[in-house]
Write a protein that binds this ligand. Structure first.
Ligand code: PGA
Length: 252
C-alpha cells in the first residue's frame, strides 16, 4: 500500500482542449514531486487527450453509468472510461447526488461497475450544513458510506473515500483541522467495520475549498490521506501549490 498523499483534481464541467496545457504543466512538475501521488479527473471529453498529454499522473472520470452498455443515451460506461485511458472514476459526488438525485444504492452500483472494469474508485460522502448544525454529520456520513461503498474485503484495495462537507464545496469555507480529523477518524472506524482488516488500507481524502494557503494544515490532520480539489485544480499554478504543500508535509 502506498502512503504517499493522494492529490486529485476534479475539473467538474470545466475544460476544453485549451486546458491541456495545464495538465501538461502539472504532469511535468509531478515528475519532481514523487512523494505525492497526483491525479486529474477532467470531463469525459478530455480523458483521452489528457492521458496522452500527461504520462505520469493518474487520469480519471467524474462519474459513470452502472451498466456495462446498452440503450442509455448520453451516458458513459466504466469500460468506455477505462478504454479512453482512465485509471479511476469518482462516484457519488454531492453535485451528482443533488443535481441528478443519485441515491446511495445507485452510487454503490456505479462503484462496483468501476471496479469490475478494472479501475479504482473514489466514493464521495459529506453532510450538508443543516445536518452538521443538528449534530448529525457523523450519522449522515455513516449512512452514506454503508449505502455507497462497494462490498467485499477484496475490493477495499481499489477504494478511496473522499469526505467533502457539502457546505465547504466551492464556498471558501472549511471545517477546522480538528473537525476534519474527527470526521476522518470516524470514517476510519466505519471502514474497519465494513471491510475488516482491509479497511485500514483505504485512503480518506478531504475535499471542499482546499487551496494552496490551507492545504498544509488540512493535509496534516489525523487520517487525512490527501485531497480532492475542485476550483483550485483548474490552473497548474494553484494545483501545484497544493501538491507542493503535500510534498513538504512528507519531508524527513
Ligand atoms: P472545491 O470543490 O475545491 O471547489 O471546493 C471540491 C469538490 O467538489 O470536489
Amino acid at each position: 500500500m502506498t502512503t504517499r498523499p493522494y492529490i486529485v483534481g476534479n475539473w467538474k464541467m470545466h475544460g476544453t482542449r485549451a486546458m491541456l496545457a495545464e495538465a501538461r504543466a502539472i504532469d511535468r512538475a509531478a515528475e519532481r514531486l514523487l512523494k505525492v501521488e497526483v491525479a486529474i479527473a477532467p470531463p469525459f471529453t478530455l480523458i483521452h487527450a489528457t492521458r496522452k498529454e500527461a504520462t505520469l499522473i493518474a487520469i480519471g472520470a467524474q462519474d459513470c453509468h452502472p451498466a456495462e452498455g446498452g440503450a442509455h443515451t448520453g451516458d458513459v460506461s466504466a469500460a468506455m472510461i477505462k478504454d479512453a485511458g482512465a485509471g479511476f472514476t469518482i462516484v457519488g459526488h454531492s453535485e451528482r447526488r443533488a443535481d441528478h438525485g443519485e441515491s446511495n444504492a445507485l452510487v454503490k452500483s456505479k462503484a462496483h461497475a468501476v471496479i469490475d472494469a478494472g479501475m479504482n474508485v473514489i466514493v464521495c460522502v459529506g453532510e450538508i450544513e443543516a445536518e452538521r448544525d443538528a449534530g448529525k454529520a457523523e450519522s449522515v456520513v455513516t449512512r452514506q458510506l454503508k449505502g455507497s461503498l462497494p462490498e467485499g474485503e477484496d475490493v477495499a484495495v481499489n477504494v478511496t473515500v473522499a469526505y467533502e462537507p457539502v457546505w465547504a464545496i466551492g464556498t471558501g469555507r472549511t471545517p477546522t483541522p480538528d473537525d476534519v480529523a474527527a470526521m476522518h477518524r470516524h470514517i476510519r472506524g466505519v471502514l474497519n467495520k465494513f471491510y475488516g482488516d482491509a479497511g485500514a488500507e483505504v485512503r480518506i481524502l478531504y475535499g471542499g475549498s482546499v487551496k494552496p494557503e490551507n492545504a498544509a494544515e488540512l493535509l496534516c490532520a489525523d487520517e487525512v490521506g490527501g485531497a480532492l480539489v475542485g476550483g483550485a485544480s483548474l490552473t497548474a499554478e494553484s494545483f501545484l501549490g497544493i501538491i507542493m504543500a503535500a510534498a513538504e508535509g512528507e519531508r524527513d
